[in-house]
Write a protein that binds this ligand. Structure first.
Ligand code: COA
Length: 149
């Protein structure tokens, strides 16, 4: 896949993938208008043949920490390395900015995401009891250290 910056014209496609991904935070269209959200980085993965939208990642950079806010791949495009490509692009950008670590929260029951992050070197650093609603569930806080501090 090709990874590029998210643009306003991508919002509908992001919402469609989000609707097929109940595991992630359900944002509204304006949340994906990143031009209005300084410090937020959005990445899109698309198929080179037909420019079909395969997935997206949104992250927030605060000082030397980066937090993945939302990541989803279209169900038909999963297990083909799309999320890996998105994460790799984020790592390049984060490393360029001197980021010390990447963080995220994931539902404890989200086995696919946990396997994906574990495969990519993230480790569990905390558990937030009953952090999520609908359904109520613990969050695991995962960290990928990029450099010593
Ligand atoms: C989690 C998610 C983003 C992974 O995307 P993906 O493009 O399918 O991931 P990749 O193809 O890059 O997977 C890389 C590796 O992660 C692991 N992995 C990914 N999905 C997995 C699954 N369902 N079960 C077990 N391991 C999995 C595997 O080790 C995989 O390598 P392999 O396919 O060679 O075995 C995708 O399943 C998704 O969109 N889920 C719904 C939304 C979500 O949960 N987002 C995360 C919120 S924090």
């Amino acid at each position: 896949v090709i990874v590029r910056a998210m643009e306003p014209r991508d919002i509908d496609a992001a919402l469609a993938i989000q609707a097929a991904s109940p595991e992630i935070a359900q944002w509204n269209a304006s949340d994906y208008d990143l031009s209005a959200r300084p410090g937020i980085l959005g990445l899109i993965a698309e198929q080179p043949e037909d420019r079909r939208f395969a997935g997206f990642l949104v992250a927030r950079q605060v000082l030397d920490e980066c937090e993945i806010l939302n990541l989803a791949v279209a169900p038909a495009s999963r297990r083909r390395g799309v999320a890996t490509s998105l994460l790799r692009a984020l790592l390049e950008s984060a490393t360029r900015r001197g980021t010390a670590a990447i963080y995220l929260e994931v539902r404890a029951s989200n086995a696919a995401a946990r396997a994906f992050y574990e495969r990519n070197g993230f480790r569990e650093i905390a558990r937030r009891t009953n952090y999520y609603n609908f359904p109520i569930e613990d969050a695991l806080v995962l960290e990928l250290p990029l450099r010593p501090r």
